[in-house]
Design a protein around this ligand. Sequence first.
Ligand code: F6R
Length: 624
Amino acid sequence: MCGIVGYAGPAGSISDVSERPLSVVLEGLRRLEYRGYDSAGVAVVAPGASQVSSRKKAGKLSNLVELLAAEPVPVATAAIGHTRWATHGGPTDANAHPHLADDGKLAVIHNGIIENFAALRDEFIAEGVRFLSQTDTEVAAHLLAREYRSSGDLAAAMRATAQLLEGTFTLLAVHSDLPGTVVGARHDSPLVVGLGQGENFLGSDVAAFVSETRVALELGQDQVVTITADEVVVTDFEGRIVTPTTFTVDWDASAAEKGGFRTFMDKEIHDQPQAVAETLLGRTDAAGRLTLDELRIDESVLRAVDKIVVIACGTAAYAGHVAKYAIEHWCRIPVEVELAHEFRYRDPVLSEKTLVVAITQSGETMDTLMAVRHAREQGARVLSIVNTHGSTIPRESDAVLYTHAGPEIAVASTKAFLAQITATYLLGLYLAQVRGTKFPDEIAEVLTELKAMPAKIQRVIDNGERVRVIARWMDSRSVLFLGRHVGFPVAMEGALKLKELAYIHAEGFAAGEIKHGPIALVEPGLPVFVIVPSPRSRDSLHSKVISNIQEIRARGARTLVIAEEGDEDVLPYADEVFWVPQTPTLLAPLVTVVPLQIFACELASARGLDVDQPRNLAKSVTVE
Ligand code: F6R
């Protein structure tokens, strides 16, 4: 939540939005806008100026760009920029960042929540300081200015300020005394450094500067960074010099562009075959055995695991539900799936034999991070499945398995979901290999099936026209989604996509549950998607779902059925059928969810909604 960009480098030659520091920051904000889009703002420091110059505007970044065109800022050598997801104070011009200190010499931007802001603000008000916003951030500007007045050292002032704040924060600041410098602090919120030639960058994630450099530094918790054109200095909050780890971003700026598609979501749906293929790439040795190189947990520890707890939020949690079916089946280890924000409050029973699997696209979700910390405090091992390199959760885990979905820009998740499911399959098969619960040839067979999935996903995408037509004509105010077994999390994900993209009431149910109450919702014409398992699935799963379709159809529901090619049994009961290729039951979510993603995306687009940036949402949820 909230995107942060900082830049230090040579000044440009003209004072408009094409001037380098400002253009770098605006481009960074454009790429980070998915993190929040309630308002945007910049502050620049021009050499010789007695104050910083700041512009900020409620609404999307385009409003700020218009303002800058009307009211340009001076040529600068350092700049900071912010795109906001509102927490404290509504999405107004006044609450937009940056926030300035009284003397106008210092500007601050912030991501996170300062929990003790009210007490600090009261102290300042008692001293006669006037507050201009309702944000928690403004106290940081006043604190930092006070500390700077006493030490004359912005990095030292930042360290002192950080020690006084409670909560979570990334802060960036510029001061008119230091025209080529940006200082940042990181405590439980993300911040990465981009290393350029004669210029340096800061960003909430690498997307902020990937068009300029792919060489980055991973900052740790509780560190302060100072960037100038030629230097990056990192210390801990006590002022001790720290040497951070360098990494190279493994995707380029074009991966974060629309590439000819109408929206990022359209593009990301089309990226899915590649996201799955890349996540599978290079995971076996010459003998065909799985080798998950990034895993840093000893095989003996994995053999001793007696319980797995998956923690995640939203779509990532639905990937966790799919994982439960696969891992329990392949490894015979009990798997619990828990929403990360509920996890630590119920005092879960954990031991050193518990493997906690945290699934997260961003690697920054605060609820998941806090659950990871709790699990480790209780002695459990934590393995994270993460898409974003340089993020916090892999740093704080015992082991990591990276998905290789590439940057996911649309706020609602699509390709990261498929990559997460794929990574959990790899984990399940790896555990089965280590623990000997599957023969090597059985594992190889599943791997072969998995390698066939990108082509099958591609076929579903290529055949997406019928679901698009249905979406364009859909006028219902409510849609239900039913599934059993691995189809159940797919139903919940289908409902979530529709809620967040099209703002339509949608519910996903286990198909067997509907007769226990939700069937009362069914009325003539109500669209109900049903995910039908393969006729080859076990224990008459298939026929049970066919019965569920009949039950709702008898009550007038309009049945939209997702079924395997050749499954003639569904035809008498389906108002519409969307076919998916034949797939082993456990792997089916990789294809069955795709028509539901296309449906939600198309329906929202047809209604003129912004599918990439739905209302009230932000991509990276860094508050609890
Ligand atoms: C929904 C969606 C969210 C995220 C959730 C977790 O489309 O994107 O539900 O899945 O906020 O985010 P990560 O995976 O970054 O931890």
